[in-house]
Design a protein around this ligand. Structure first.
Ligand code: SAH
Length: 341
């Protein structure tokens, strides 16, 4: 396997160049070609001499993420991309546009091992982690197709904190001022709640926005639908989130998929209120998007509005996140990676 170069920091590239006897200043050029011009083929880096281009192509690589297919929503401007990796694995990413803000929702793993009952991405388990090189190319491929984006949400297939070291490197590179220079606050990472990794992320100075898939405020219920809840109690999870807020000064948002009759009863409301009352927290209520393996229908507007109003009355900050790209299965929890080929 050739070593990848698009996941290297400038200093690391410089070291590689010096060690191989290439002129050190060329490293900066390569870094700019990769992260500013988004060139992913050393042969196309026309500001480099031919022999260096050849040497780089022979000895190094960039993991590719190629567009295989795109599905365009007729309801909104959402596009769902099927992206193929070098080993023919397929992942999905979603492009959304709202006014002039462009947001992409990216996958972090090929499959997922979290086994949340209501989520399509986990139905075939985890195939493998995505590399940092692939994560970077996933973003750049979407930018080549749609122009530069404003926001990234890591809410596609996979559990990002289950692929922590690659996600960390990806974030470090994509926010590098000399390269793509995305601001930390334009990136949101969503997790099903891997507490030890939330602490690690808080201590990493990456300062991205954190979204936590809470969905249930009662442990016994959460455990029934989200196996990770057997490892970490809700109390431990909130403690980790409080630490994140304290350390990063970023308000944590809690995702709550409203499943009528399951997690919107008075008992749920009371527990959720007690849990978050007085905290600098925000709840994102999400309608359940139906998947064939989970026997519950789409949450009605009236039901989700009622739950929001009750939370607001209790002094809890909650908004509804309406789905985009519903007609192309691009909504939360609907991405899957088992396209037959
Ligand atoms: N593994 C991370 C990232 C996936 S994000 C996480 O769990 O947060 C995808 C978001 O969509 C999560 O909040 C997830 O719980 C939610 N989701 C999963 N299945 C869903 C469904 N069927 N309808 C609506 N949201 C769903």
């Amino acid at each position: 396997m050739k070593e990848t170069l698009n996941d290297k920091k400038i200093e690391e590239l410089e070291q590689i160049f010096v060690e191989n006897g290439y002129p050190k200043f060329r490293a900066k050029q390569v870094f700019r070609q990769i992260h500013v011009n988004k060139v992913n083929d050393f042969n196309l880096m026309t500001d480099l001499p031919n022999d260096l281009r050849n040497k780089l192509s022979e000895n190094y690589s960039i993991d590719r993420v190629r567009k295989l297919e795109v599905f365009e929503s007729k309801i909104d401007q959402t596009k769902k991309y099927l992206l193929e990796l070098d080993d023919k694995n397929i992942i999905e990413a979603v492009f959304m546009q709202y006014n002039d803000r462009k947001t992409i929702c990216i996958s972090s793993q090929v499959g997922c091992r979290m086994a949340c009952k209501f989520c399509a991405s986990t139905k075939n388990g985890l195939q493998r982690n995505m590399t940092a090189s692939e994560l970077i190319e996933e973003v750049y491929e979407l930018e080549r197709l749609n122009g530069n984006i404003n926001n990234i949400v890591i809410m596609g297939i996979g559990e990002p904190l289950d692929n922590f070291s690659n996600i960390k490197r990806f974030l470090e590179i994509i926010t590098d001022e000399k390269g793509r220079n995305l601001s930390h606050r334009s990136i949101t990472l969503s997790t099903s709640g891997l507490c030890d990794k939330i602490y690690e992320l808080a201590n990493s100075n990456l300062d991205v926005n954190l979204a936590v898939s809470l969905h249930y405020a009662i442990d016994s219920k959460r455990q029934k639908f989200m196996p990770i809840a057997k490892k970490y109690s809700i109390k431990e999870l909130i403690k980790a989130c409080d630490y994140y807020l304290d350390k990063t000064k970023r308000r944590v948002s809690y995702e709550y998929v409203v499943i009528d009759g399951v997690n919107n009863t008075d008992e749920d409301l009371d527990s959720l209120t007690k849990l978050l009352k007085g905290k600098n927290a925000h709840i994102n209520l999400i309608p359940l998007n139906p998947i064939k393996e989970f026997d519950h229908g789409k949450t009605k507007k009236k039901i989700i509005n009622e739950f929001r109003d009750k939370l607001t009355k209790n002094g809890i900050n909650a908004t509804i996140r309406y789905s985009m790209g519903e007609d192309i299965n691009a909504s939360c929890g609907q991405l899957r990676n088992n396209y037959a080929r």
